[in-house]
Design a protein around this ligand. Structure first.
Ligand SMILES: [Zn+2]
Length: 105
């Protein structure tokens, strides 16, 4: 009889804990959803180019704004950030610009 009462008590707590966890998860989930108000993952989709092109990935040249195939672009690592340029001229222009900005302040 004592053993049976223990099992019943155990099952009761199991039920309470699982219910509480489910409630907690729902509260946390709704909070997380409120923190991110339906922001799309693609940040650079203003010009209507689909970000999920299957084989080739287009990257945007920050100097002239041209979209270049990632494999054909000229990469430049600037402060841990990888940038892509359509030509060495654009890369050099960007480098000069960065150096000018750094010199100004
Ligand atoms: Zn360019």
């Amino acid at each position: 009889m004592n053993f049976l009462a223990r099992i019943v008590r155990f099952l009761f707590w199991l039920l309470v804990v699982s219910w509480g966890l489910r409630l907690l998860r729902r509260i946390v989930g709704s909070m997380l959803r409120n923190d991110q108000p339906s922001a799309p993952q693609t940040t650079d989709s203003a010009d209507g180019i689909p970000a999920s092109s299957a084989a080739r990935r287009l990257v945007r040249d920050p100097v002239c704004g041209m979209h270049v195939d990632e494999t054909l672009s000229i990469p430049l690592r600037e402060r841990g950030e990888l940038l892509h340029f359509c030509s060495p001229a654009c890369r050099d222009a960007y480098a000069v610009n960065v150096r000018k900005l750094a010199a100004n302040g």
